[in-house]
Ligand binder design. Sequence first.
Ligand SMILES: NC(=O)C1=CN([C@@H]2O[C@H](COP(=O)(O)OP(=O)(O)OC[C@H]3O[C@@H](n4cnc5c(N)ncnc54)[C@H](O)[C@@H]3O)[C@@H](O)[C@H]2O)C=CC1
Ligand SMILES: O=C([O-])CC(=O)C(=O)O
Length: 341
Amino acid sequence: MFAARQVFGAAQRRAFSVSAKQSSKVTVLGAAGGIGQPLSLLLKLNPRVSELSLYDIRGGPGVAADISHINTKSTVKGYDPTPSGLKEALTGADIVLIPAGVPRKPGMTRDDLFNTNASIVRDLAKAAAESSPDACILIISNPVNSTVPITAEVFKSMGVYNPKKLFGVTTLDVVRASRFISQLKGTDPANENITVVGGHSGATIVPLLSQSGYELKGNELDEYVRRVQFGGDEVVQAKGGAGSATLSMAMAGARFAESLLKAAQGQTGVIEPTFVDSPLYKESHGVTYFASNVELGPNGVEKIHPVGKITDYEQNLLDVCLGDLKKNIEKGEAFAKQNMK
Ligand SMILES: NC(=O)C1=CN([C@@H]2O[C@H](COP(=O)(O)OP(=O)(O)OC[C@H]3O[C@@H](n4cnc5c(N)ncnc54)[C@H](O)[C@@H]3O)[C@@H](O)[C@H]2O)C=CC1
Ligand SMILES: O=C([O-])CC(=O)C(=O)O
């Protein structure tokens, strides 16, 4: 970079530093799974990604070989869980997406995944804290309300926690909320942007329809809210034991990563709802992580937007959400503190 300083003027240097950030290494942990594969495919199609690093406990190199034949510029490398595999996959990453872990079967809640996924996420978080401490970490593995606090505790214990760079991916809730309202109103879902706040499971998912100027009433409103809150269950039921949402989640994860890359590469005004270390309900309710609209910037979280004006109906949903969320967060924190390896 010293060469840029010596040779170019200020404006050119700014342009240079923006374009310098155009190269982005993105790592997927759990890349051979139901989400991991289509997510990796979408990332390979994204020109903002220059290096794609695909790790899984089984099948990473195979998925990487397949995807690497796609004729876009980024390089692709797959990694197995050899002693150096995970470390190499993570080193130098700007963004790490984590969809590693087991999905639900019918009859299970996301919290029922806790026993299996908590330790998977803890171990991957530890590896990320060691090898890519400055990366943006995007947690997809459920239960997100607990796996995000687990990741934070691991990073804190290793002295590298940056609350601006840890995100629970709740984008799928926003995608569903927009799609479902467009089905009711006969609009183009691409033009819908419904804010969803809270967390990522059942009653902790709170769509704020009123903020988009919609006024559903009675049963129609109840059914809409229920469908957004339990959209994941709709897919789990339909797949009949073969897993949960993978393709729509891949799209949602790729959209969130794209938003982060845009912000990192100099675009302003990039806003996505996401579950982050948040001051909004910390003092009033002891809820330390919360999803709301977040403006993204070159260093991750730029600005956490407050929930804003909501109806009494939405306030009731939010009250229920905050109670559940607090328990989910505390469960994750307690696990991490008791099970730090
Ligand atoms: N945040 C969200 O909105 C959503 C989250 N999910 C969650 O994403 C997770 C993954 O779902 P699927 O891809 O459908 O599951 P899957 O079982 O198809 O894939 C999971 C992958 O993780 C890998 N894996 C397991 N342990 C690992 C480890 N220690 N290191 C690296 N890779 C490891 C497996 O080998 C497998 O390839 C689940 O926990 C699911 O509940 C699913 C949909 C939406
Ligand atoms: O429902 C699940 O278990 C997977 C998920 O998080 C979703 O589809 O929103």
